[in-house]
Design a binder for this molecule. Structure first.
Ligand code: HEM
Length: 114
């Protein structure tokens, strides 16, 4: 169950990252917002289950990961609503950087640190 939810979390994050790379959040806004909300729910579950016997540095880095993930989710909401082309470009670039770091920290702790 825990692994299934971790894989679901991974699949949702890849989907959201792909929508950001392809700049298609507005066109697929229902899908993007649903994925963002499900990431928060599955992420909260991962947080509660993976907190037991954490490897060194887990709390600090996963704390940073969660703040960056919240930035990604907030920007997905903004992009789904839409803005000027200049704002959308800036929001999207920021979200891509945060999403890449978020995914990097998540993948490191779930695959290499244990
Ligand atoms: C507030 C929302 C989120 C929370 C609370 C959260 C929390 C977590 C936690 C606790 C882990 C497991 C770390 C470990 O194994 O010790 C994880 C893994 C991961 N997270 Fe998140 N996360 C959130 C949102 C996101 C978002 C928005 C993305 C990407 C854009 C993302 C990408 C990942 C990835 C790629 C993994 C590794 C999954 C795997 O290896 O199967 N997360 N997350």
């Amino acid at each position: 169950m825990n692994d299934t939810l971790l894989y679901l979390h991974l699949a949702l994050s890849v989907l959201l990252f792909a929508l950001l790379v392809a700049s298609r959040v507005r066109q697929w806004r229902g899908l993007a917002v649903t994925a963002a909300l499900l990431l928060a729910v599955t992420g909260a579950h991962n947080f509660m289950t993976r907190m037991k016997s954490p490897p060194p540095g887990w709390h600090a880095l996963v704390g940073i990961k969660i703040l960056l993930a919240l930035h990604v989710i907030a920007v997905v909401f903004l992009l789904a609503r839409g803005g000027t082309p200049e704002r959308e470009r800036r929001w999207r670039l920021g979200a891509l950087v945060s999403a890449a770091v978020t995914m990097g920290i998540g993948l490191y702790y779930s695959n290499f640190a244990r």
